[in-house]
Write a protein that binds this ligand. Structure first.
Ligand code: GAF
Length: 394
C-alpha cells in the first residue's frame, strides 16, 4: 500500500468507527539500520533509513468533552484508551501500547502545548516487535499529529528527543536516539548518517536503482531482549569508566587493548564491538556514497559477526539468514547482510542487486524454513521520507 492509500484506508476506518470524517492525518515511518548498531547510546554514528512502512493516525476533535482524548488502535478498535487532559498524566501499566502516544502527549503538555480533546485511530504497517521501530513510528506519528492539531511545529531535534523521552518514561525502554531521529528526519532516496554526539545529521544519497536493501523478518522475538539492552548499556558505561573516557566514542582500539587486563572479558568484548562499529559506520557511508557496494557489504558482514560474537545480541535465526545470504554471495547478487536493530530476533538487512531480489528472497525463504521451520517475510524498501501530515480525503 502506498502512503496515500494507507492514509485513505485509515481515514475510512476512522469514519466507520467514529461516525465522522477525520480532520487531521499524520504518518511516520519505521526504519531499517544499514549499519551502526548499539552505537547511538555510546555517542557514536548510525546509518539508518526510513522505510516505506508507516504508522498513520487519523483524528478529529472530541465530541464528548474538551479534555477527553480517545485513542484506538485499528487492531483493537473496540477498546479505546481514554486520557483525561484535565488530570495529571501518568503511564498506563507496563506493556500497554497506549503508553507511547500517552508519553508523547505528556511531553507536549510539559511544554505548555495542549491539543484539547480529540479522538484518534491508529493504523500501522510497521511490523510490531520486528525490530523496525514500530514504537518510534507510533511516537513520532503522535508528535506529528499533535503538531497538526495545535499548529505548533517543534524543532526536529526537540521533537525526536521528546519522543525518546516518551519511550524512556512511559514505555520504560532506555533506548538511544536513532529510531526517533530517522522517523522524524528521513529523506526519500537518502540514508541518514547521524553523529549521535553532536546530533548532526548528514544525508547520504542512495538512489542507484541497480541496488536494493532487502529486509528479512525472521518472525522471531526472543523475550530476553529488553533486559539485555539495559545490561549492554551498563557494560558500555563500565568500559568507558575503566578507559577514563566520557563515552566509548572517545576510546580507541589501541587504548582498549592496553586496558584489557583491567577489564572483565565480557566488558572488553562489548567495548570492542562498539569501538569497531563506530569506526565502520562513517566508512560504510562513504563507500555507499561512492557506490562501492562490495566494500560496504563487507563492513555489513563484519558488523554482524561483531554483534554475534562480541556484543552477543544476535540469535540462531538471524545468524541463519546471514549465513544463507553470505553463501549466495556476490555471484548470487548479495553484497552484504547483517542483523538490524536491537537484536534477539527481528530483521536482517541485505545490500543486494535489484535484479536478483526475487531469487534471493526465494532462496532465503526456502533455506530459512528448512533450517528453522519458520516462515520468513522479506520485502524491499527504498529510503523513504520522514514523518508527514497528510490531507484527509473529502
Ligand atoms: C533499539 C534502540 F531503540 C536504538 O536506540 C538502538 O540502540 C538500537 O536498538 C540498537 O542499535 O532499536
Amino acid at each position: 500500500m502506498t502512503l496515500t492509500e494507507l492514509s485513505n484506508f485509515t481515514a475510512a476506518e476512522f469514519s466507520r468507527i467514529c461516525g465522522r470524517s477525520p480532520r487531521w492525518i499524520a504518518a511516520a515511518p519505521g526504519r531499517v539500520n544499514v549499519i551502526g548498531e548499539h552505537t547511538d547510546y555510546n555517542d557514536g554514528f548510525v546509518l539508518p533509513m526510513a522505510i516505506e512502512r508507516y504508522t498513520v493516525i487519523a483524528a478529529a476533535p472530541a465530541t464528548k468533552g474538551v479534555s477527553r482524548v480517545e485513542l484506538r488502535s485499528s487492531e483493537k478498535a473496540g477498546q479505546p484508551v481514554m486520557i483525561d487532559l484535565s488530570k495529571p498524566m501518568k503511564p498506563f501499566a507496563k506493556g500497554i501500547w497506549a503508553n507511547y502516544p500517552a508519553g508523547v502527549l505528556a511531553g507536549f503538555l510539559a511544554r505548555g502545548i495542549s491539543p484539547g480533546g480529540f479522538d484518534a485511530l491508529i493504523h500501522s504497517t510497521v511490523p510490531l516487535g520486528g525490530g523496525l521501530s514500530s514504537s518510534a513510528a507510533l511516537e513520532v506519528a503522535t508528535a506529528t499529529l499533535l503538531e497538526a492539531i495545535t499548529g505548533r511545529t517543534l524543532d526536529p531535534v526537540d521533537k525526536a528527543l521528546l519522543c525518546q523521552q516518551a519511550e524512556h518514561q512511559y514505555a520504560g525502554v532506555p533506548c538511544g536516539i536513532m529510531d526517533q531521529f530517522i522517523s522524524v528526519m528521513g529523506r526519500k532516496d537518502h540514508l541518514l548518517l547521524l553523529d549521535c554526539r553532536s546530533r548532526k545529521p548528514e544525508m547520504v544519497p542512495m538512489r542507484d536503482p541497480s541496488v536494493a536493501l532487502l529486509v528479512t523478518n525472521t518472525n522471531v522475538k526472543h523475550e530476553l531482549g529488553s533486559g539485555e539492552y539495559a545490561k549492554r548499556r551498563a557494560q558500555c558505561e563500565a568500559a568507558a569508566k575503566i578507559l577514563g573516557v566520557a563515552s566509548l566514542r572517545d576510546a580507541t582500539s589501541a587504548a582498549l587493548e592496553k586496558a584489557r587486563a583491567r577489564m572483565d572479558d565480557v566488558v572488553f568484548r562489548r567495548a570492542r564491538h562498539v569501538i569497531g562499529e563506530i569506526e565502520r559506520t562513517p566508512r560504510a557511508a562513504r563507500l555507499l556514497g561512492d557506490s562501492d557496494w562490495s566494500a560496504a557489504g563487507q563492513l555489513m558482514y563484519a558488523s554482524h559477526f561483531s554483534l554475534r560474537d562480541d556484543y552477543e545480541v544476535s540469535c540462531a535465526e538471524l545468524d541463519a539468514v546471514v549465513e544463507i545470504a553470505q553463501a549466495l554471495g556476490a555471484p548470487g547478487g548479495v553484497y552484504g547482510c547483517r542483523m538490524t536493530g536491537g537484536g534477539f530476533g527481528g530483521c536482517t538487512v541485505a545490500l543486494v542487486k535489484t535484479d536478483a531480489v526475487d531469487a534471493i528472497s526465494k532462496k532465503i525463504g526456502a533455506d530459512y524454513h528448512q533450517r528453522t521451520g519458520i516462515e520468513a517475510t522479506t520485502f524491499v524498501s527504498r529510503p523513504a521520507a520522514g514523518a508527514t501530515v497528510l490531507k484527509p480525503v473529502a
